[in-house]
Design a protein around this ligand. Sequence first.
Ligand SMILES: [Zn+2]
Length: 293
Amino acid sequence: MIQNPITWPNNARCACAISFDMDADSLIHIARPKDSHDRLYPISMGRYGPTVAIPRILDTYRRLGLKQSFFIPGWCIETYPETVEAILKDGHEVGHHGWIHEDPISTKGHQRESFEKTLAVHEKVCGNLPKGYRAPVYNLTQEVVDLLVEYDFNYDSSMMADDIPYIIKTNAGELVELPVHWGTDDWPPFAHYDEIGYMMPVRSPSAGLAGFWEEFNAQYEAGGFFMLIVHPFLTGRLARWKLVEQWLEKTLDTHDVWFAPLADICAHVKAAHEDKDQTIRVEHLPYYDSPQQ
Ligand SMILES: [Zn+2]
């Protein structure tokens, strides 16, 4: 049960999104800056995303008439402009995902430069400024929240304080939070990446995805919000994406869901909050001003 469920457009039972973090090979460059350019295996693993997986994903979404959200580091936008153009051409949203997937915690105090550098690339390649943000490795900091408010973003999608969207309120302004969690992220079941310290047994496609569908069933029953966080180079692989595609077809056919880009879900929540016709939960930031011990 969800204490304060949100009423979705057309009284749909559940809001849904399968969002993408197109990190490509930024992960190896930020992890091994001295010699990443000559680590061909992780570069090639990352390149699978923009070159093979994204065309496959776009094809599915075009066929099913779905629009969704893609979070892409600025460096990846600059490196793979044709992929980004194809995403935009199909009417999808592109959100801010750092410059080269730098961890906001490890670049604390110096986020402005890379944040603004990414905005400039969005303006150049996408022709507009992003309104949504997802922190690399979800490591959102207060510094970044303040930048999001300063640059008039509408939402963040990096935090985990609720099952359904909520409002983040700071002294400077408000954002909608479209919450993530590790149970709906494809990194744990499918990533195996020694170079960045991630050594896990890779699950079979059906076993790795099974937990996601259980998460959906619970959200659907409660009238909530279901969002997957998918890395194209992981779940865009042939066998995995085939199962996601089958699930999408079946769900669209048999369930009353509102599949929408995060920008649209955010706009709905924001309007409901501002009109005060529904009670959207508010989290006040900063949580703490100093280390707690
Ligand atoms: Zn990422």
